[in-house]
Design a protein around this ligand. Sequence first.
Ligand code: ZN
Length: 75
Amino acid sequence: MREVKNCKKCNMIFTTNDGSLFCKKCQIEEDRTFKLIRDYLYDNPGTSVHDLSIKFNISVRRIEEYIRNGRFDIT
Ligand SMILES: [Zn+2]
């Protein structure tokens, strides 16, 4: 079933049928950011959320969301 939603990032209206939170454009950016951080963590295990936030210029809340969703393996 298709749903109409507001993108969590740019607030644009989009439709989704897989529960996505972001429009297509932002989803691509999200995936790219996520991969960058994941690769960075792979090379630098034990990096703190705070340091990641500064390094990738994204909010601590966003990183914590990634962690909550089980996408990163940091403590
Ligand atoms: Zn968007």
